[in-house]
Design a protein around this ligand. Structure first.
Ligand code: FNR
Length: 183
């Protein structure tokens, strides 16, 4: 079973990012298992508390969840033209201890969303900047910038007819990338 970790950059209970991540998780083919990984419980990254003798349990659980995944999907809102502090914190926690990054080499994919017209372009590319450094090969095409994101679902809470085929093509591209890295 190929495991895909789903990460949402928003902590709020009614988050559109989280809703998108969970919906995308259902679009993977047979043989894939998507698992939502929480980031809201992670203490702010501080090297002083990340010592060999005293690693916060939340850090360890998060790092293990990422390490056990074969690939990572990020869905990010845009906060002040960048990613949320919560998402940056999760990237930082997963990247340490030095030389033991949980992210290293894992295929990734990025969706940004915004309830307005701008679709989180700034967040999408700030996130990609970190993913380059974290050595995560990332789906390049199709890029997914979801504008007016409150309107992309139907009454049942699934992607609407206009949105679903595009998101499926993105998942297909992600699966191709994952396969290349498993070969
Ligand atoms: C926002 N929002 C926002 N939207 C945007 O398109 N560009 C931006 O720079 C910002 N900046 C921003 C900062 C902060 C601190 C908050 C709380 C919000 C609005 C944001 O897109 C909106 O709240 C989304 O609904 C957040 O995504 P979730 O929580 O629904 O996943």
């Amino acid at each position: 079973m190929v495991k895909v970790a789903l990460i949402s950059g928003s902590l709020r209970s009614e988050s559109v990012s989280t809703k998108i991540a969970k919906n995308v998780g259902e679009l993977f083919p047979a043989g894939y298992e998507a698992e939502f990984v929480e980031i809201g419980n992670l203490p702010l990254y501080n090297e002083d508390i990340d010592t060999e003798s005293n690693v916060p349990a939340e850090y360890t659980a998060f790092r293990n969840a990422i390490k056990s995944a074969d690939a990572v999907l990020f869905v990010t809102p845009e906060y002040n033209r960048s990613i949320s502090g919560a998402l940056k914190n999760a990237l930082d926690v997963g990247s340490r201890p030095y030389g033991q990054s949980a992210w290293d080499g894992k295929p990734a994919a990025v969706i940004s969303q915004s309830p307005g017209n701008l679709s989180g372009f700034g967040a999408n590319h700030h996130l990609r900047q970190s993913l380059v450094f974290l050595n995560m090969p990332t789906v390049q095409q199709p890029e997914v910038y979801l504008a007016n994101s409150f309107e992309i679902f139907d009454e049942s809470g699934k992607f609407n007819e206009e949105t679903a085929p595009f998101i499926q093509s993105f998942v297909d591209a992600f699966v191709d990338l994952i396969k290349k890295h498993q070969a």
